[in-house]
Design a protein around this ligand. Structure first.
Ligand SMILES: [Zn+2]
Length: 146
């Protein structure tokens, strides 16, 4: 799992002086390892606050303080943390860029090569695929089979 790169993640990355591309994995991993975020696709596209359980509020702060290397978490950074968006860890074409869910084939696009006649059935070829993310509904149209 990882966090989505957005304004909130960039704010935190800036505070620790690291690349957002690294922070998105590192920070998420800390919470996953602590058992506070479970890698469940039902959580993809949800906020950090939703993905972590309420009773862990103190632990949430402990881990964040430790990550930032500070004794006191500035309020804007804590807000940024709570509003981070959880994504699936998958990368590449099969995975939704919005939430990290795995794309599912929805439809095939056909092109007729020769129309149906009395003697021959219609001939067609596949020229494209439409994939849809089952979690956030993001669509992808491509000529390739994923
Ligand atoms: Zn998605």
């Amino acid at each position: 799992m990882k966090f989505k790169i957005d304004q909130n993640l960039k704010k935190i990355a800036k505070a620790v002086g690291r690349d957002p591309e690294i922070v998105r994995f590192e920070l998420c991993e800390r919470y996953v390892n602590a058992g506070m975020i479970v890698d469940d696709f039902m959580l993809y596209n949800e906020s950090f606050a939703t993905a972590t359980k309420d009773e862990n509020a103190f632990k949430v702060c402990d881990i964040f303080r430790d990550y930032l290397g500070v004794d006191f978490i500035p309020a804007p950074l804590f807000d940024a943390l709570c509003n981070l968006v959880v994504m699936g860890g998958g990368d590449g074409e099969c995975y939704c860029p919005e939430c990290g869910g795995r794309f599912e084939e929805k439809e095939r696009i056909y092109r007729t090569i020769s129309p149906q006649t009395y003697e021959y059935p219609e001939e067609y070829e596949i020229i494209g695929y439409i994939y849809e993310c089952p979690i956030c509904g993001e669509k992808l149209e491509t000529t390739e089979e994923l």
